[in-house]
Design a protein around this ligand. Structure first.
Ligand code: NOJ
Length: 544
């Protein structure tokens, strides 16, 4: 599917709504909060936002457990607020994408309640029910993404329902045409309200192995983490094709499906006739054993996806992190070279081939939270980790793990000012703010001309509104200094115009051999020819 020109001319920004800005002073971010900050986003220069789930939800999994797909969680606002948000964003030239949660509902969704209560109801088959193998033994040995079995026993009907995430998130049965019809209605509802597209949650899992046979792979903690039983299976491409024909093709919308870590280019190409793009996780977690960025792996991974995108005529999103990941500054950046590394990551991201997405807080270099109590970690997967490991690991070991790995870092309240609660709210936020907010916040960086935030702005300008925009948006991509263990370098070329991008992703100075050119942008004051200091990044115009 050919990608619309406007997509190439976009820079995206993901908003995690409960942690972005609290507009009504109850300690949780909301829709009015987002509306209040749209001018900030417009000033940053982005022109596309993806807003995470804001639907009614018991919040077992941060809103991905939806109890009403066509409404707004009253704690976050109303449908009128959503309309206002879309309208104001459009006035500012910002397109809006919502998160379309497709794989599951909450167990408090009326469909599931009816499904449990009445085996003869048509809603029974909206979910995946199976008899246990025997007493206390689920239908299969499959594990779930959040730990434990992929099945949950329901006493009332003496059967198990499938749930590949948490117990409170029963999986929808997409093999049932009625489910597909209902979910198509959900998409239409939001498109008719004016939204410009969707990030489609967990679409890789919509089809499962309906033979329900045990996996032969190795068991760990009593279950088998065999994602092939419910990932990238062929039936799901038919479901997406139908959705495209009946819904998406009727609108000028952008669809980006989350396909996770298992997908390769051949899988991406199977999705793309029905949706525009896929998000995979390959550029995340490229870390060495001592938790430093693994430069070789990172650049080879990105190179794999970009060269294949160019070869097959597709365009894919690029991002360092989303709401499921720790902060990129704590993974690929440096405490010691805070500013340099934050800017180096901006320079890289915004000069790649593909649609860049910035994650809220990335533009000021937000870092992982150094919480000192296990109870500060609230995410369902962090809590499950604690439950599963409490008998074998010390508190300190679990803390160390969560400080590097928890999804809570991605959920941290946005650090707007140095005031109490980081200016996120006037009330104690639902999730503790990070301790560094007095040093790392938007207000301070708006004032500092040399801040990470202002560098993001400059890079976005270069990408969208400069004489180099076309080269950055559409030019070819070729790795340079490809065997260099510290430098991520590449050439972007369109017709006879070409740029060289060179970034030292380490704390040690280093040298490179490509010819010098005129410097277009750099994250340090003075560049020495053929050398890059710690986290120095430059873009040079290559001599013709
Ligand atoms: C992927 C989402 O990004 C994640 O946050 C969520 O927990 C699962 N899908 C389940 O919806």
């Amino acid at each position: 599917m050919a990608i619309s020109q406007w997509v190439k001319e976009s820079v995206g920004y993901e908003i995690y709504p409960r942690s972005f800005y609290d507009g009504n002073g109850d300690g949780m971010g909301d829709i009015q909060g987002i509306i209040k900050k749209l001018d900030y986003l417009s000033d940053l220069g982005i022109n596309l936002i993806w807003i995470g789930p804001f639907y009614p939800s018991p919040l077992d999994d941060n809103g991905y457990d939806v109890s009403d797909f066509m409404n707004v969680d009253p704690q976050l606002g109303t449908l009128a607020d959503i309309k206002q948000l879309i309208q104001k964003a459009h006035q500012l030239g910002i397109r809006v994408m919502f998160d379309f949660v497709m794989n599951q509902t909450s167990d408090e969704h009326p469909w599931f309640i009816e499904s449990c209560q009445n085996k003869n109801s048509e809603k029974r088959d909206y979910y995946i029910w199976q008899k246990g193998k025997s007493q206390n033994r689920p239908p299969t040995n499959w594990g779930s993404f959040f730990g434990g079995s992929a099945w949950k026993y329901d006493k009332q009907s003496d059967e198990y329902y499938m749930k590949i995430f948490s117990d409170k998130m029963p999986d929808l049965n997409w093999s049932n045409p009625k489910v597909r019809f209902e979910m198509g209605k959900v998409a239409k509802f939001w498109l008719d309200l004016g939204v410009d597209g969707f990030r489609m949650d967990a679409i890789a899992h919509l089809a499962r192995d309906m033979k329900f046979v045990d996996s032969k792979k190795k068991k760990i903690d009593g279950v088998v983490g065999d994602w092939s039983k419910f990932s990238n299976r062929k039936e799901l491409y038919t479901y997406l094709k139908q959705l495209h024909q009946e819904v998406f093709s009727q609108y000028n919308c952008l669809t980006i499906g989350e396909v996770g870590g298992g997908a390769k280019i051949k899988d991406a190409l199977k999705y793309i006739p029905s949706i525009d793009m896929v998000f995979n996780f390959d550029a995340c977690w490229c870390l060495t054993a001592d938790n430093k960025v693994d430069v070789m792996r990172l650049k080879n991974t990105i190179n794999y996806w970009i060269t294949n995108s160019l070869k097959h005529g597709i365009y894919l999103p690029q991002y360092w992190l989303n709401h499921d990941h720790p902060r990129v500054m704590s993974q690929y950046g440096s405490q010691k070279y805070f500013k340099e590394s934050g800017k180096a990551l901006a320079l890289l991201l915004l000069s790649l081939y593909g649609l860049p997405f910035i994650y809220n807080g990335e533009e000021i270099g937000m870092q992982n939270a150094l919480y000192d109590k296990l109870s500060d970690f609230k995410d369902v997967s962090s809590q499950n980790y604690i439950k599963l490991n409490a008998h074998r690991l010390s508190e300190q070991e679990m803390l160390n793990h969560l400080r590097n790995n928890s999804r809570d870092h991605g959920h941290l309240p946005m650090q707007w000012t140095s005031e109490k609660y980081a200016g996120f709210s006037v009330k104690e936020p639902y999730l503790k703010v990070n301790l560094d907010y007095q040093k790392v916040n938007v207000a301070q960086q708006l004032q500092d001309k040399d801040s990470i935030l202002n560098f993001y702005r400059q890079m976005i300008q270069l990408r969208l509104n400069s004489k180099w925009s076309e080269v950055l948006q559409s030019g070819d991509f070729e790795l340079i200094e490809s065997q260099h263990p510290q430098i991520f370098g590449f050439r972007r070329k369109l017709n006879n115009r070409s740029l060289l991008v060179l970034v030292n992703l380490s704390e040690q100075d280093t040298t490179y051999s490509v010819a010098e050119g005129e410097i277009i942008i750099s994250n340090i004051d003075s560049h020495k020819p053929h050398s890059l200091g710690a986290y120095e990044g430059i873009i040079m115009r290559e001599q013709e």
